[in-house]
Design a protein around this ligand. Structure first.
Ligand code: PRP
Ligand code: ADE
Length: 188
């Protein structure tokens, strides 16, 4: 699906999801149109439909584990993992995990950030699907793929609820993805 497409969800699901994602102008900074998923989370029908779709994608992509990206990726990834019968692995912002970690720094629009994963959370034999709510610049997802590969696991793909198609996230992710798919349920 190209960045200008509508995403991989069918029309009925797309409409249900879009109805429950609210645009908030100038949050957290002037010029940003924030995509607020809290109305979707608060609607049992929409949240269940999203969880079912994400769980189906876990199975379709042959995942053995789900990685969720702090914090909204936890909210979407954890129920999908449970529904798919898979374990869930949190990738956290630096300094939040108690065990031995792998850390990966990445470039933000301005400055840098760092995420971490427990070093033994995934490994050889695992096929890991990354789930998050939004793909924007792609920096967070790209760094997560590097962590997964550094831990010795295979990347099954990246699934996001929403891709901001006017930003170059897909292009930024391309090298780290290799042959693995990037699937956005909705592209705006
Ligand atoms: O593609 P990128 O430019 O990397 O941006 C996407 C990331 O930004 C948001 O997370 P944020 O860091 O705001 O954290 P939160 O989920 O804790 O609010 C979003 O949930 C993604 O994880
Ligand atoms: N516009 C946006 N809305 C919600 N989450 C985001 N993460 C990065 N950009 C975002």
């Amino acid at each position: 699906m190209s960045a200008t497409g509508v995403g991989t969800a069918d029309e009925k699901l797309r409409d249900l999801l879009l109805t429950h994602i609210h645009d908030v102008a100038d949050y957290p900074k002037p010029g940003v149109m924030f995509k607020d998923i809290t109305p979707l989370l608060a609607d049992a029908t929409a949240f269940a439909a999203l969880t079912d779709e994400l769980a189906a994608l876990c199975k379709r992509h042959g995942a053995t584990k789900v990685v969720g990206l702090e914090a909204r990726g936890f909210i979407l990834g954890a129920p999908a993992a449970v529904r798919a019968g898979l374990g869930f692995v949190p990738v956290r912002k630096a300094g939040k995990l108690p065990g031995a970690t792998l850390a990966q720094a990445y470039e933000l629009e301005y400055g840098t950030a760092e995420i971490e994963m427990h070093a033994d959370a995934v490994g050889p034999g695992d096929r890991v699907l990354v789930i998050d709510d939004v793909l924007a610049t792609g920096g967070t997802a790209e760094a997560s793929l590097r962590l997964i590969r550094r831990a010795g696991a295979e990347v099954a793909g990246v699934v996001v609820l929403m891709e901001l198609g006017f930003l170059p996230g897909r292009e930024r992710l391309a090298d780290a993805l290799g042959d693995a798919p990037l699937e956005a349920l909705i592209t705006v």
